[in-house]
Design a protein around this ligand. Structure first.
Ligand code: ADP
Ligand code: MG
Length: 452
């Protein structure tokens, strides 16, 4: 039963009904407005499909449509909605989210709700020349488990949509069958669970878990590099699933043969099905992605703004998204309108891709100066640590700032092959996250490069 519009928001809550009743829609609209105003980057167009009801104990229970929406709301929306609801009703109410058709088969790492992002579905994935093949293959796999490409191996640089496609596969499979047994997790997670299982002497449970699924999806499989025992275990998992025609989907930042320290037998298996690469989006695709992403957030971006942002940001899609968030945030401070002027202000501190271009010579110069080493040494064969480390830094920076291929970078710095470059890029990248002193060094060299 619905409450009438004439009822005050307060009355809507004060009434004690034995059954949950529909929440006064006007009050709900006001709650939504507050959340939209205070947390613009949180808002999604599908918030308008929420069905709020009042429970007897002062809880406003909001029904969402899909498990992925539930996951998003439970992890990010509870507090903002609760605070808005308290503001509007003047009472100590809380907002909770639930979903009526939770799947039975999917699990990730035990208790956590589905680790799926509701935005990462096929409808929201923009295709272009850069990603046509992996996209089509993902749809084929999702609609025909184990029958089309097995495994499907998607690779490409960071922020180009690998995780999006992997999750879209999971969500499509779930839509088609609530009982599908899906295991979706990051490679890190797989490695940790393996180590834990070994330590706790629970390998039987571990194997049972991984070998009885219809779909196994592992994101960022390149983290298997150098993990011999996990590789061995994964090899058997792979074989068991593959023999039973159970679907396997993997992603990585490079093709199988370029993952360093990966057993040959795994490389060969990863190549059994389809290996599909995602490239950086071209300008048309970037425009389409910006339009789609802003629509998802219930935003309207004028055409000149979209074109401007797409021309300024060419690195990857995650950065396009960051730009939308920034625009949205600034717009909400300034009365909500987004125009070219605002966009220029928002992205003002960014330089154009043209200006950003840094040459390999500049990198060499900055690194030799910083570490007080000779350019001829960096470009030579010496393996001593005092040379090898700065050389790795050169490779890392060249990969980040130039468009040279791995082979070209390797050739430039001492005639190394592409796997040495991949290793260098990973080592330095890793050190930047885990070692503060190295992160600082790289940052200082970076400043040298970009400023002068
Ligand atoms: P990766 O896993 O390759 O690092 P993600 O899948 O996390 O990249 O993508 C980064 C962001 O870019 C996500 O928000 C994703 O939705 C978005 N994205 C990437 N490619 C596309 C695309 N073709 N269409 C729409 N959104 C995309
Ligand atoms: Mg990813």
């Amino acid at each position: 039963m619905a409450t009438t519009q004439s009822q005050s928001p307060r009355e809507a809550l004060v009434r004690r009904a034995p059954e949950p009743v529909a929440f006064d829609p006007t009050s709900w609209d006001r709650i939504l407005q507050i959340v939209k105003g205070q947390h613009p980057s949180l808002v999604r167009a599908w918030f308008d499909t929420f069905v709020p009801r009042v429970l007897t104990n002062g809880v406003i229970q909001v029904t969402v449509a899909t498990p992925a929406q539930l996951n998003f709301c439970q992890s990010q929306c509870q507090a903002p909605f609760t605070s808005a609801a308290q503001q509007i009703t003047g009472r100590l109410v809380s907002v909770s989210f639930h979903c009526e058709n939770l799947p039975r088969g999917i699990f990730s790492d035990g208790e956590a709700p589905l680790p799926l992002n509701p935005d990462y579905v096929f409808e929201n994935f923009v295709t272009g020349p850069c990603n046509q093949l992996p996209h089509a293959a993902s749809i084929a796999v999702a609609t025909n488990l184990g029958q089309s490409y097995n495994p499907l191996f998607i690779h490409g640089g960071v922020g180009l949509g690998k995780t999006h496609l992997l999750q879209a596969i999971c969500q499509t499979v779930l839509d088609r069958s609530r009982d599908a047994r899906i295991l979706y997790l990051s490679c890190d997670n797989f490695i940790n669970q393996f180590i834990n299982a070994v330590e706790a002497n629970e390998m039987n449970q571990f194997r049972h878990r991984y070998r009885h699924v219809d779909l196994l999806v592992i994101d960022d499989i390149h983290f298997l590099a150098g993990k011999d025992r996990t590789q061995e275990e994964f090899f058997h998992t792979f074989n068991t699933l593959h023999q039973q025609q159970k679907q396997i989907v993997l992603s990585a930042d490079c093709p199988p043969s370029e993952i360093p320290e990966l057993e040959d037998r795994l490389i060969s298996r990863f190549n059994w099905g389809l290996v599909a690469r995602i490239d950086k989006p071209d300008i048309e695709t970037r425009v389409a992605i910006l339009q789609k992403k802003s629509r998802i957030r219930g935003l309207v971006l004028p055409e000149d703004v979209v074109n401007y942002v797409a021309s300024m940001i060419d690195a990857n899609t995650r950065e396009l998204e960051g730009a939308i968030t920034k625009l949205q945030g600034m717009a909400s401070l300034q009365g909500g309108r987004i125009d070219l002027e605002l966009a220029k202000k928002a992205l003002g501190d960014m330089v154009t891709p043209e200006q950003r271009r840094i040459s390999i010579g500049q990198i060499l110069e900055a690194v030799t100066k910083y570490y007080a080493v000779k350019a001829t040494d960096l470009q030579g064969k010496k393996r001593h640590k005092s040379i090898a480390f700065p050389r790795q830094v050169c490779m890392y920076l060249a990969r980040r700032h130039t468009r040279f291929s791995l082979e070209e970078i390797g050739a430039h710095f001492g005639g190394r092959d592409h796997s040495t470059v991949i290793h260098a890029v990973r080592t330095i990248g890793d050190a930047c996250t885990h070692k503060k002193d190295i992160a600082n060094q790289i940052q200082e060299i970076d400043v040298q490069l970009t400023v002068g």
